[in-house]
Design a protein around this ligand. Structure first.
Ligand SMILES: Nc1ncnc2c1ncn2[C@@H]1O[C@H](COP(=O)(O)OP(=O)(O)OP(=O)(O)O)[C@@H](O)[C@H]1O
Ligand SMILES: [Mg+2]
Length: 197
């Protein structure tokens, strides 16, 4: 891919925002059923997800299915004092929500509801672009990469995307943490660990 990361981000974000409301609705329904049937999801008790923004597929239909199965769901929250840090806080149907500085809803800050990374079994990550090796292009702030750095146990990492976000090959930086799998409305892709790096 000859483009630099900023140009790539702009094109891919524009492509997903161009999807119609009907395409988005269908994508989130298909993702809910596809993911709910996966053994990786069934095995996980504590699952982190995100609230859709900027044309990302919505995971709310999936969240409703998971709540019915008594799964513990988590959402990212921006750290109050350290604006560069993201934490994960419990998300229930009646969790009070607030709008953060990125204009995205997040649970109202409640430190007793934070669960450490080691306690999260599986994480569904938003992304801007991905490839078949599990390389992930995010929005460019590095929040997920910083959250996942270091050697303590990591959740199973599953990127969530529309097919229009798939790239032939994506360069990665030293700090980029690769995904274990990517789910789109049409496919589940186990990324090829043996081919990485
Ligand atoms: N583990 C890390 N240690 C130090 N800096 C980091 C780390 N991870 C990311 N960064 C910083 O964050 C910046 C953005 O990272 P990157 O371009 O990979 O974002 P991204 O993966 O697209 O975004 P995000 O993870 O928020 O979805 C990098 O330029 C880098 O300086
Ligand atoms: Mg990155």
């Amino acid at each position: 891919m000859p483009q630099d990361r900023q140009t790539l981000r702009r094109h891919l974000r524009q492509a997903r925002r161009a999807l119609s409301a009907e395409q988005q609705r269908r994508a989130s329904q298909q993702l809910a059923h596809r993911l709910n049937d996966r053994p990786e999801i069934q095995r996980a008790q504590t699952i982190a997800l995100y609230l859709a923004n900027d044309g990302e597929p919505s995971l709310m239909p999936l969240a409703r299915l998971l709540w019915q199965q008594q799964k513990t769901l988590m959402l990212p929250v921006m750290h109050r004092d350290n604006g560069r840090e993201m934490l994960f806080q419990r998300f229930e149907p009646d969790t009070p929500m607030a709008i953060n500085r990125y204009h995205i809803a997040e649970p109202v800050w409640a430190p007793e509801q934070v669960i450490a990374r080691e306690g999260i079994d599986l994480m569904l990550l938003p992304l801007v672009g991905f490839d078949h090796l599990g390389n992930r292009l995010g929005m460019g702030a590095g929040f997920y990469d910083r959250y996942l750095e270091g050697n303590s146990p990591r959740p199973l990492l599953v990127g969530i995307a529309h097919e229009c976000q798939r790239l032939e090959r994506l360069d990665h930086q030293s700090w980029d943490i690769p995904l274990n799998a990517v789910a789109t409305p049409e496919h589940w892709l186990d990324t090829r660990e043996d081919l990485r790096r």
